[in-house]
Design a protein around this ligand. Structure first.
Ligand code: CA
Length: 229
């Protein structure tokens, strides 16, 4: 059963969403503001978040950005604002999809299912280890200090390289599509960035030396970091 967090300050709407999601087989937690959303995630990481844009305390974009600092779970922004610039902004802060109010309940369920299916396919772990450290052989990544060390020596990585390495190494053996990596690293689905992923991978491989061979190209898909042997 998947846990869906609904962040929505319109109480009636939040209950309708909750009931419908429960009827669809999900477990649901409902909160009505941004602070409660952060607290709920700290308590138990959901598989998917439905995040209202306009909340009474902090806005949904800020919540989204904060969640993205340490979590990879899909976030669907819910908004009554339809301007293109707002949509792009929502995706740039790391949202995976958006629903425009008013939305049909079928559409809601379809979007949530699609997101959960994608997570299943990609096999994404919800976050790096609780202490923020990811280790694989002689490679250690500390997501709190944002320092990666190889054979005990700090690596000189750009921010994007660091994020890319963290996603790959946190999920050994899992293949990630370029599209997915672009969404995770740039927070937007822009085709032009898919070549940038290749460039970043090339640099990462070089900086990793022999360990770089563990980043395998999965033909027609993207990349995979092989488990430590
Ligand atoms: Ca609202």
């Amino acid at each position: 059963m998947s846990l869906v967090l609904v962040v929505e300050d319109e109480v009636d709407l939040s209950h309708i969403m909750r009931d419908r999601l429960i009827a669809d087989g999900h477990e649901v937690v409902v909160v009505h503001d941004g602070a409660a959303a952060m607290a709920a995630v700290a308590k138990r990481v959901p598989d998917c978040v439905l995040l209202d844009w306009l909340l009474p305390d902090v806005d949904g974009l800020t919540v989204c950005r904060r969640l993205r600092e340490s979590h990879l779970m899909p976030i669907i922004m819910v908004t009554a604002r339809t301007e293109e610039v707002d949509r792009v902004l929502g995706l740039e802060v790391g949202a995976d999809d958006y629903l425009v109010k008013p939305f049909g309940l079928r559409e809601l369920l379809a979007r949530v299912r699609a997101m959960l299916r994608r997570v299943d396919l990609e096999g994404v772990r919800r976050a790096p280890a609780a202490n923020g450290r990811v280790q694989s052989g002689t490679l250690t990544i500390d997501t709190n200090s944002r320092i990666a060390t190889l054979d005990g020596a700090p690596m000189h990585l750009t921010r994007k390289e660091f994020e890319l390495l963290t996603v790959l190494v946190s999920n050994p053996g899992r293949a990630f599509s370029r599209e997915f990596l672009v969404e995770q690293i740039w927070g937007t689905d822009f085709e032009g960035y898919e070549r940038a992923i290749d460039t970043h991978i090339t640099r990462l491989r070089r900086k990793l030396g022999p360990v770089g061979e563990r980043i395998a190209t999965v033909w027609g898909v993207g990349y995979r970091f092989s488990a430590d042997t």
